[in-house]
Design a protein around this ligand. Sequence first.
Ligand code: GRF
Length: 240
Amino acid sequence: MADKIKIGTLISGGGTNLQAIIDACRAGRIDAEILFTGSDTPGVKGLERAEAAGIETFVVDYDPIIRSCKKGINDLDLPQDFDLAEILEKQRLMPADTARERVELFLKSRAVAEKKLLDRISAYDIDLLVLAGFMRVLTPYFIDRINTRPGHHKIMNIHPALLPAFPGTDGYGDTFRYGCKVGGCTVHFIDYGEDTGPIIGQKAFEIEDTDSLEDVKKKGLEKEWELYPACIQKFARKKR
Ligand code: GRF
């Protein structure tokens, strides 16, 4: 039997992509084993899916962390190895003309949450971290602590549009509202920008004039469930 790569997964919601990956691992379409599923939101359906599959789960609840940071962040709350100047220099999540105070609060509050994520993830030895509907951007603080080998990407994401078109949180909505006749999804490695990293695979579908936004989302998700396992398997094959 082929060696299996070890993957960790992060989710925020329903976890239909996670389910597709679980099913593909079981069916032998991906030579991988899922070691954990982490969520930034408690009580989501994706956590139930992981538990039903016997996968270890954890939650790092982002909302209260960010709320508390907005009331004020003491330097002692920040991770010991957090270097603001370095993260500011690397980050491409916020435009250069954003008010300095806003950027700092954003980066610091995310780093507080990301340290908690890293503490949970560090208990596992993973080859790949798969973002399966994880609705938080990750800062260079987190990325550099997962991508420890220069030039070797270890964090994969799925985006609901044909990048580089329509980055951001509502890819299918933006595709639909623009009036596109073709939509799609993209699996890519993440880098310091939002939805800008190297593309691993894409799948497209046609949008009929009569399609509603719901139709577009349904067509898109069906493509995602094929694309994500295929891209993880592509990574697994290269790794062996
Ligand atoms: C998917 O459309 C994915 O592209 C986006 O969030 C959605 C997650 O769906 N990032 P699910 O939780 O996998 O069902």
